[in-house]
Design a protein around this ligand. Structure first.
Ligand SMILES: [Zn+2]
Length: 433
């Protein structure tokens, strides 16, 4: 979603990179802009383009997102993302014209989900795995629905708690891991699902046994199941970010990570329905964001949240909607300490979310601002669009999982008192070194 890559990439090099970079299979590279799209290509050209801009600083990045461009990759002096023709016109009116502009069909036409990425879970496979997991560990795991999607699918959660099942209340300190607010970020489904599996499979290990004895742990691996199913429909990727709401102008989808109420309607969240970052007609207009809200509000024991996204290898903490630091200095110190420890475990870069650009209405600003939950966004692997972007292939899954197990254990442990993080590394942090 939002990216800050370390390496600068000049425009000439960017243009020269072949599309095959996105495909980790052994297929021969396709021409970058073949006049005939291959059978597996994105066939419907919805008019969006991949656009790269010269951006001397954050003011230009803010102007681009305010024009309705979904910035996905930020590098020194340069930012890139998805734009509709109208958003490009709004940016041009501010004097911002893209240095590079490519149609999505030309740019991403070779992507092909089922052949090379079948390790990733679609909705039915996710449901089967969650239910299978709960069936083989009934002592600790149960599956529940936190609500329905726009198209009526259950938004499924798996709960790990040795004392309470399903929707039973628990007084134990709670934590929730969320995945795939954004449809095309499939790796963000895999990581929470596989961490849940790891905990279940290793529940006899003393440190994990202690956590499952003393904590209330939830995983919601696919917040946006309709969008995920659409993104892989027909055996090809659709580069879809939003949910599947039907908008008044005929376009599809609301950006669920701009639809939360904290700061809703402010900068970096488009009022234009056809933009990738469309914030929706009102805060919590969407059943998926309402499901997360209602789930959280029904569980006052939740103290920590981790919302997985892709990509760029970042650890983000509030605010996203303001350049200001959060007002509670002690809490900010805890956020920074926790992000720093988890950075050591993952190699991801820790920073305040708004360091990228201002974006309002996101999950973590709401979780912290409205509920006092220590909420982080992880932007998972890879680092850049040129390393696979939203579709890094099956080969990265295990490596990304391994990098993310320790941070998950660390956060679960800290759910009783996140401010313990200020006092120094916990056993979980130290064990990672
Ligand atoms: Zn995202």
């Amino acid at each position: 979603m939002r990216i800050l890559a370390i390496l600068a990439l000049c425009s000439v090099a960017a243009r020269a990179l072949p599309d095959a970079r996105f495909d980790d299979s052994a297929k021969a590279p396709a021409p970058v802009a073949s006049p005939k799209a291959p059978a597996s290509a994105i066939s419907e050209d919805d008019g969006r383009v991949w656009a790269e801009f010269e951006t001397p600083g954050k003011a230009e990045r803010n102007a681009l997102v305010d024009a309705g461009i979904s910035l996905e990759e930020i590098k020194p002096g340069r930012a890139a993302g998805f734009a509709t023709p109208k958003a490009l016109a709004r940016a041009a009116a501010k004097g911002l014209k893209p240095a590079v502009k490519v149609s999505l069909r030309a740019r991403f036409g070779k992507l092909d989900f089922p052949d090379k990425d079948s390790i990733y879970h679609n909705y039915k496979e996710l449901e089967a795995d969650l239910r299978g997991l709960a069936a083989r560990a009934p002592d600790v795991a149960s599956v529940l629905s936190i609500g329905k999607s726009t198209q009526g699918k259950d938004i499924l959660a798996i709960r790990l708690n040795k004392g309470a099942r399903g929707t039973q209340a628990s007084a134990k300190p709670g934590i929730v891991f969320l995945g795939t607010h954004h449809a095309r970020e499939h790796l963000s489904t895999e990581v929470p699902l596989l961490i849940a599996k790891h905990l279940v499979d290793n529940r006899a290990q003393p440190e994990i046994a202690r956590l499952l004895e003393t904590r209330d742990v939830y995983f919601v691996p696919m917040v946006n199941p309709d969008g995920v199913e659409y993104d892989i429909e027909g055996g090809r990727y659709h580069m879809h970010r939003k949910n599947m709401a039907k908008n008044a102008d005929g376009s599809t989808g609301v950006d669920l990570n701009r639809n939360y109420s904290w700061g809703w309607g402010g900068g970096g969240a488009s009022p234009h329905p056809d933009d990738d970052t469309y914030r929706g007609p009102s805060a919590f207009s969407e059943p998926e964001s309402r499901a997360v809200r209602d789930f959280v509000e029904a569980r006052p024991n939740l103290k920590v949240m981790l919302s997985y996204h892709t990509f760029s290898e970042l650890i983000l903490y509030p605010w996203g909607g303001s350049d200001e630091p959060i007002p509670d200095a002690k809490a900010r110190a805890a956020f920074i300490a926790m992000a720093g420890e988890m950075s050591k475990m993952t190699g991801y870069t820790p920073q305040q979310s708004s360091d990228l650009y201002i974006a309002t209405g996101d999950t973590c600003d709401w979780a912290w601002g409205a509920k006092g939950i220590y909420a982080f966004t992880f932007e998972l692997t890879p680092k850049s669009m040129w390393d696979g972007g939203f579709y890094p292939g099956a080969g990265v899954v295990q490596r990304v999982l391994q990098a993310n197990i320790r941070p998950a254990l660390y956060l679960i442990d800290l759910a009783d008192d996140p401010q313990r993080s200020i006092k120094g590394p916990s056993a979980f942090a130290a064990a990672a070194r």
